[in-house]
Design a binder for this molecule. Structure first.
Ligand SMILES: Cc1cc2nc3c(=O)[nH]c(=O)nc-3n(C[C@H](O)[C@H](O)[C@H](O)COP(=O)(O)OP(=O)(O)OC[C@H]3O[C@@H](n4cnc5c(N)ncnc54)[C@H](O)[C@@H]3O)c2cc1C
Length: 333
């Protein structure tokens, strides 16, 4: 039985390990488009701050992967899936057969129409590659602008503050918000950031970014002109599901799955940040970004691909650490 997993992140690697634990003889192939050994994305912040070493980011060493019998194809992008033939196509047109397939392709930050032309001036903070670039750049950086919303923006602001940078945070909202329903964050985020020395500019939008002699000039919709050494910006965070285009796999914003994490196509499962699952509390399909969700779904997908019949229960919340203060948050009331 050949189990193919697209995506070498938390959900994909957890599923691969689970399948091998259930059946040592199962063939497991993990295909990931990043160039690195599978790593723990949620620890990038610790790595950027030098609290952990690069090795500690890894799920497995090469020796451990061999020992477990998991075949890793790294630096390979899956272009399309043909459920009727039970095959996937890789970017260089290799065709690979599967008996059971897991799509665990996560999500990524993206830019809308206004900022897209300035992409080359914008720094991202999502992957190990981004983090390695930042580790090189940041020693030269004094002033930073962060534009966007949500927990990942806040996580980045906290890292930059911890590293002693001068941070300006620009948000479209009236106040700095989590973009989430926070369950136990003591106090108001807006005041918390200001107390930490962050300049918060509200009800504003970045409309242009130009390179200047010493960094960048940033213009806002209300014609503020700001200068900075580095600009971080993203407009949204979206599931990576281009590999299902052209297939009959049902989707909305993410891939639709039932509580067994089965997609609309036989023998194809999906797990992690790329998934949309029915949420009984809000009575609608919903994406549950975050580590607890990716871990739990990876394990259940792995078990069900091995013939079990387990149901996924929505994780109550994600937990972030914001400058030593714990944020427990969820996407629904
Ligand atoms: C800096 C940072 C800090 C975070 N901290 C926290 C935290 O404290 N708590 C928390 O709950 N969450 C945190 N998160 C979020 C958490 O890391 C994600 O929710 C989790 O990694 C999702 O796991 P996943 O397996 O679904 O996707 P990912 O870990 O994103 O893995 C998906 C992988 O699939 C690859 N891929 C995509 N498309 C293809 C394709 N077509 N072919 C091959 N490969 C493909 C991607 O490149 C990626 O490597 C953090 C995220 C970041 C960026």
């Amino acid at each position: 039985m050949k189990h193919v997993i697209i995506g070498a992140g938390v959900a994909g690697i957890t599923a691969a390990k689970t399948i091998k634990e259930m059946n040592r003889d199962a063939e497991v192939v993990v295909i990931g488009d990043e160039l690195f050994l599978p790593y723990k994305r949620y620890l990038l912040t610790e790595f950027l701050c030098d609290s952990i070493k690069r090795d500690e980011l890894l799920f497995f060493s090469v020796e451990m992967l061999k020992e477990l019998g998991i075949k890793l194809r790294k630096g390979e992008y899956v272009k399309s899936i043909e459920p009727s033939e039970k095959v996937i196509k890789l970017h260089h047109c290799e065709v690979m057969h599967y008996d059971k397939l897991l799509i665990a392709t996560g999500g990524s930050p993206g830019l809308g129409l206004v900022l897209r032309p300035f992409k080359k001036h914008i720094s991202f903070y999502y992957s190990l590659y981004d983090t390695l670039l930042l580790k090189e750049k940041l020693p030269e950086v004094r002033k930073c602008i962060v534009y966007g919303d949500g927990v990942s923006c806040l996580d980045l602001i906290c890292v930059l503050c911890n590293l002693g940078k001068q941070v300006t945070y620009i948000t479209r909202e009236e106040r700095a918000t989590f973009g989430l329903d926070e369950i136990d964050f003591d106090g108001e985020l807006h005041e918390f950031l200001e107390e930490k020395g962050v300049e918060v500019i509200t009800e504003e939008q970045v409309v242009s970014i130009e390179e200047s002699e010493h960094g960048y000039k940033v213009e806002t919709i209300q014609q503020r002109m700001l200068t900075t050494d580095i600009v971080f910006a993203w407009d949204y965070y979206k599931p990576n599901i281009s590999c299902i285009e052209g297939s009959a796999i049902e989707k909305k914003l993410g891939i639709l799955v039932n509580t067994r994490l089965e997609t609309s196509e036989k023998d194809i499962y999906s797990a992690g940040d790329c998934v949309e699952i029915y949420h009984p509390n809000i009575k609608c399909y919903w994406i549950n970004f975050g580590l607890p969700n990716a871990l739990a779904q990876g394990e259940i997908a792995g078990k069900n691909m091995s013939g079990q019949n387990e149901e996924y229960k929505i994780q109550e919340a994600i937990v972030f650490d914001l400058m030593g203060k714990s944020l427990k948050a969820r996407w629904w009331k």
